[in-house]
Design a protein. Sequence first.
Length: 796
Amino acid sequence: MGSWKSSGYGCFVINSGLQQYRVKAMLRVLINAQITGKGCRALRQLPATVYDRLQSSSHDIAHLCIELDNALVVNDVNSCQEALSKSAQSLCECNNTNHQLNRKAFVLFGGDILLLRALFLKFPSPADVEKLSFTVKVLYIRNECLSILRELCLTVHSFIEYLAADDVFVVKLFDMMRLHNTFDNAVNLAEEVLAIRQDTWPVQGVPNLTSLVSNFSSRQLASFCRVLAMVVFEPESSESCMQQKSRIEEPEWTTTDKNHEAILLIPNILSRLVKLLALDIMSISREANLLSEPSEVAVAVPMRSTLERMYNAFRVTRGQLLDETGAVIPQLEGLQESDPASHLQQERTGLNSADERILDWSIITYLDRTGLSTSVVQLAASHHVEVLFVLCALCGGKKREQVQNSLAELGLVSVLDDMFDKLDWVPTQPRAHSRGIHGLICACSPKSALKIQYLRLIHNFCDRDSCNRTNKQLLLVPSVSKESNSCWTDGAEIKGSNGLIVKVLKILVDGPGDSLYRCWLASCVEAFLRGADPKDQETVASTGLMEHLLREILKGGFRCASTLQINFDLLGELIKFNKSLFQRLDGLLVGDAFDQFVEVLVTNLVDSNVFIRSVVLSLNCLKRTDVLTTDLSPNLYPCSLKEKSMRKDRYIYESKQDENYNKIAAFISHNTLRLLRDLMCAVRLNDINQDNICVVNTALIIFISVEKNGELLAYLQGIRAADRRVLNNFRSLLEFWRSYYLTKRGRECVSLQYSTQLPFSAWLHIVDLLCSHPDSPYSLLYASSVDLQDDQYDWK
């Protein structure tokens, strides 16, 4: 009689074969677990009589788990390969209609742990003669593990959270990206895992990250951008600033900032990313443009040799098979084809060598133009989105100016200019009963995502906190088509076009007010105008932008949440410090249009405060340069007259019949005190966030202005006479303002200086003055000898 040994799963193994015997009662198993503390960690460890009574599909999964575990115990490559192949057929969606139930059962039986064991297990290496066959089988096992693990992540949410919390596993995924055979599945799984993490993964934990990324082919780098997108972006919290106050003491350099630094240390990374965007404007685009008619698709046949050359140029791993140590294994002719693992892998992936060439990034853009493959076109768009996203994030980080300057030298603006002409900017209305990503009548789509990331990149490229306008000037220069560049052709005629910013302005002005892209188009123009000189402002205004913004502000009806703020912000940047545009705006606001404009302005102070700020800053600046008449002086009306405006139902406005009289400046000057009071109470402490803290800054600018004019005491007395509660609310806002800007907000401080031309010391001075001891008459909490608490004017 043969020897017996327990397998640990409610059965016994005998040397003459596998036979199942009923173990003792389930009750004894549970009691033993309570006594010893060594209970079953998975359902597959229960007695066989338990899982034999499950549904047939789950019953099969239990046996698959046992088979896989036995193969791992004996460390046999062939057995593991066979067990994984069977598991994949049961868990893959295209192979089994019960894949959802099977996946859940697979996790319950501990199959997920077995997959992790198989992924990390080191199989004994055979003799050199069999090394190629052995390596192919091992890579097949690794690849199947990655593929099945991703399928489980899509079904069992708790499982993906478990994987995301395992730093060793995440590092293993990056290690699997070094091998061509496992690259795609490793990227797919890494994207899912990193997206679910609560924190940002530090890429410094990846060994030899520089060599890893440097060895990627162009196609691989494009796919890897999906992983980079998870580690280069830190979304802004939707919490209020008060809720974030406890986290303000975080280090100056976040994990995302450190990731940016590590990525930028990779040689030629920015150059390669820009080239990925530029691949679709290579010389083959001229031939591709010939394929405008279906009958001309045959022209693509002569391009086969071109595609082959591109494939060889951009794919560095072609023709080599690496083992898990990275060593190159000489390919023995016919050996891989005869190996069953190669057939199994092709059956699972559904790709042959020709299909794989089609998926190469350098060829995708050609197929995009010819319309030969819808799925390939979608894949190309997806890669474009991630490449744009990564470049956008790097442009918005702490190394922004370094990245912006490098991208400018690499010709990013020309690439974006050419790309602009290839994107479809015709607005599309969602169907009445369509259900998009965000619900019914949602217009979001892969195409819209591509255009939004494109516009975000333009914005971040222009957004900088210095007066260096060299990079912005590139957006005004007509682009030169890449087909005419000497790199592609010789002696071709140079073909010009409008500058990129002019193209963006045309889409903004001609598009509907509720366009999905309006916010991003406006943000590009606003970033371009920030710090612009008068000539650039007038160039932008020549496109009809000012008239367009006024029409949008004055039209009634329903408005999107941010539409009004976008219009006011952009209008404020357009006229800031520019006398001619200031007067031009005033000339457009005649009759009822002016009354309607100021009504919208004062009833929506949170949306219009940045425009008010621009007017106040412009008045002070133009007054200093003596380019304004006395009728535009902020001191036109004494504070005593302004105080009367706070006691009336409406803001006061007095018109003058004078060609030099500026209505907007006069209105702001006449109602400064009331505007200041309303701005001080427009936001409450519990509601303040990064979007509305600008209201506090606008109020502070008015305080800075009146303090320079020697009217600060008069303004404070006027506000105290109206309602002291306003002062108490604003004092609490200023206390938070100090903690917000003085802790971990270096860039915000620089932005305040750059956008207002006021040194940050002036901001600190006025805040310290208003928050001084209550004994000081400049303190918001100052109490005079006269009891003013009951002497409050009715706001109405």
